[in-house]
Design a binder for this molecule. Sequence first.
Ligand code: MN
Length: 228
Amino acid sequence: MSEFVIAPPPQAVLPIAGTEALFPVRRVYCIGRNYAAHAVEMGHDPDREPPFFFQKTPDSLDASGQFPYPVRSEEVHHEAELLVALGKGGRDIAEADALDYVWGYGLALDMTRRDLQGIAKAAGRPWEIGKSFEHAAPVAPLTPAAEIGHPSEGALTLTVNGELRQSGDLNQMIWKIPEMIAHLSQYYTLAAGDVILTGTPSGVGPVQRGDVLELTCLSLTPLRVEVT
Ligand code: MN
């Protein structure tokens, strides 16, 4: 048996509510502009154009409850999102079967270095530097679909220091969860351990050191994050 020449990097994991068990993560897909009001606030047409996705690296997931303010940015935004965790994978998954692939749900923040994203956009470059960096995806523990079912509606609410900043409803998603899974599976081979961040409602905005962000949705474990 071959040995590793350096210590293997740790497996990215998500905690699971009410248990010591862990959900191992393979890939983190994120959809862009999936709530009409957010597309408008970012200067785009809210019409139903084909969905587009980007990825964050799995090691950007962070369940510690702390978000260290990232380097090289002076405008870092919160994006409150529902996270979908896949328990099995495949290709060309039919929309009608897509929810069978979901293991569970959780809450996440798609933290964004908005200034760096804007520079990349203007130059026609990839968004990666604005989206994928250490600690860029604070997460709360998952709840299995076996417990919560498959939510398609329900308020998604983010407060910053107790003040309401983002308020939407899961039923406002332009591309629904089965549609996202079906679409992604046409371009990638999905696998158990893949997670999808499903987009953010309007109200995104900057965070400062010392801010406390609290994200709630249905009976999912709330996500509380302090910016440090
Ligand atoms: Mn997002």
